[in-house]
Design a protein around this ligand. Structure first.
Ligand SMILES: Nc1ncnc2c1ncn2[C@@H]1O[C@H](COP(=O)(O)OP(=O)(O)O)[C@@H](O)[C@H]1O
Ligand SMILES: [Mg+2]
Length: 239
């Protein structure tokens, strides 16, 4: 692998004599994620294979694993299981195993069912679940660092939304991240879920009170962490 092309592992491929590739779950800036089956036990896992240039000296994988381990009590986060390696064309590739989250990304969910934007009441319910997921991390004085629609997996949507966060920030991206940045990203997420600019004007007060026209200074004055947004949601009139 000379540069970040892709691994494109085929179904049925065996890695490290331990796991069988079932299918690709997604890909992003750092690597590709596959559903794998542990050969001995038939247990399914998610395996994230890091592009070597996005994982210099294995720093990315180690920092990612450590952050997931530190936040292991957070129910909203995937759990770190193990890391392993395989060799491709004399190059060592590291991959990280976590629990497999069945569902759709926030992005897929919106694009499939609400391409024009969600009705605000439903958007607020989904938003509330994401806020609560983030709150678990913020309470530990940590931040996710990359809150966006591809890093949120919706497992179940019924009376409420069950979801899991993947891809926590782990020193490899240029920016450092912060709890406040997570808060800005949460506001962008709500803004996008109601259909963005096109629908924003016609939104009720509650949505505008949270998104603040996406002005960071205004958002910062109101919300410093996910808890403050949750408390605001729980104590405001939605309609
Ligand atoms: N544990 C998991 N279970 C199910 N799907 C996952 C899991 N982890 C990642 N994915 C899928 O793979 C995609 C890329 O994974 P991610 O860790 O976000 O990689 P990147 O850092 O390259 O963005 C995600 O957007 C999601 O669709
Ligand atoms: Mg991602």
């Amino acid at each position: 692998m000379k540069n970040k092309t892709s691994f494109n592992f085929e179904k049925g491929r065996i890695v490290s004599s331990k796991y069988e590739i079932i299918n690709k779950l997604g890909q992003g800036w750092e690597g590709e994620v596959y559903l794998v089956k542990e050969i001995d036990t038939h247990i399914e896992r998610a395996a994230k294979f890091f592009y070597p240039e996005r994982n210099p000296k294995n720093k990315t994988v180690k920092a990612y694993a450590k952050k997931l381990h530190k936040l292991r009590a957070c129910n909203s986060l995937i759990k770190y299981i193990a890391k392993d390696t395989l060799e491709i064309n004399d190059e060592v590739i590291t991959y990280l195993l976590s629990d497999f989250v069945e569902g759709y990304t926030f992005d897929t969910y919106i694009n499939s069912w609400h391409p024009e934007g969600m009705p605000f009441y439903q958007a607020l319910h989904l938003f509330y679940s994401v806020v609560k997921a983030l709150e678990e991390i913020h309470i530990n004085k940590e931040w996710h660092g990359d809150v966006h629609s591809d890093n949120i997996i919706i497992q179940k949507s019924s009376l409420s939304y069950d979801l899991k966060l993947v891809d926590v920030f782990h020193l490899a991206h240029g920016e450092k991240g912060s709890i406040q940045q997570d808060v800005y990203d949460l506001c962008y997420l709500l803004y996008d879920s109601i259909g963005g600019k096109l629908n924003y004007k016609s939104q009720p007060k509650i949505v505008k009170d949270i998104c603040c026209g996406l002005k960071k200074t205004l958002i910062k004055k109101k919300f410093r962490n996910a808890t403050q947004i949750r408390v605001f949601l729980e104590n405001s009139t939605w309609e």
